[in-house]
Design a protein around this ligand. Structure first.
Ligand SMILES: [Fe+2]
Length: 300
């Protein structure tokens, strides 16, 4: 089946204190505000009109994971498959003015996704003045689901996404889309929620600036920098004012030859003996990272 989902489209998060989250996003990550009104704030790291959308709310929680499809026809094709996969269409209209078409659906596990056409983008408006580190783009999102196998089969049936790699007990798995990045979605097994979202760095030196910038704000790295084995990307993690965990990732592997690709299954789950199977440089995940949970808003 051809890929319908191509890449991460955007992420919508409910936040109690937009000012504090905007400060972290702009002054640490280096995003810029593209729109702000009483109800929501749009932020972007590049020329796209929105990558991170903050909904000013009474709770801190994940609202919707936006997945990009390349055309309106692909969005309608995905929509036609939603009910048969056991999921439920919530809206057939795009959720933001900066996209031409979208369909929002809920899964029985309590996740909410929107498959939508690319966010409007200013090709040569990629750079902006910032004292933050200056991320390049939102590149992947790790969700938490009580039934990873069910979530994967829905995403495969609706969006043509494919498994890239998994732990044999399904505690972690990774899926890829049309852009062939090893994963645009990670799936963590547990109570429904968000584990982390990730922005891409283009240079390793940005991790140094990230650590120093966090220090200026009295904050610290939660884990990293290091290099994951699944995806082969470098990483560092911290949490923002809403309690969400943010990864800065770089140089993820591509699954270019997906016709001949076989998903890898990691069978050695024994810690710390499997540390290099999970992390190339041998730096184990701290308990804080392994148990991190940011809730998902109740899905109607
Ligand atoms: Fe990640």
């Amino acid at each position: 089946m051809p890929h319908i989902v191509h890449a991460i489209g955007h992420l919508k998060v409910n936040v109690i204190d937009p000012g504090a989250v905007i400060r972290d996003a702009t002054e640490i990550l280096g995003l810029h505000v593209t729109r702000r009104d009483a109800g929501q704030t749009w932020l972007s790291s590049n020329g796209r009109e929105a990558e991170l959308v903050l909904l000013h709310s009474e709770e801190n929680s994940t609202h919707t994971i936006g997945l990009e499809a390349l055309t309106a026809e692909a969005v309608r094709e995905a929509e036609a498959r939603i009910e048969a996969s056991g999921c439920h269409v919530l809206s057939s209209a795009p959720s933001l003015e900066c996209m031409a078409a979208g369909v929002t659906f809920a899964t029985p596990e309590g996740l909410r996704f929107e498959i939508h056409t690319p966010i409007r983008d200013r090709l040569y408006g990629r750079r902006h003045v910032t004292t933050g580190v200056g991320a390049n783009r939102m590149d992947h999102i790790n969700l938490i689901t009580p039934d990873p196998a069910a979530t994967r089969s829905q995403l495969e049936a609706i969006g043509g996404m494919r498994l890239a790699e998994r732990l044999v007990d399904d505690s972690l798995s990774w899926m890829y889309g049309g852009n062939r990045q090893h994963h645009i979605l990670g799936l963590v097994k547990g109570k429904v929620g968000l584990h982390h979202y990730s922005f891409e760095f283009l240079e390793f030196n940005q991790y140094l600036r990230l650590g120093d910038t966090l220090d200026r704000f009295g904050k610290e790295l939660l884990w990293g920098p290091g290099r994951h084995r699944p995806g082969d990307n470098t990483y560092a993690y911290y949490t923002d004012a809403s309690g969400a965990m943010i990864e800065c990732a770089s140089a993820m592997a591509l699954i270019a030859d997906d016709a001949n690709f076989t998903p890898k299954v990691i069978t050695n789950l024994q810690r710390p003996g499997n540390v290099r199977e999970m992390n190339v440089w041998g730096t184990p995940a701290p308990l804080e990272w392994r148990t991190h949970h940011f809730p998902f808003a109740a899905v109607g």
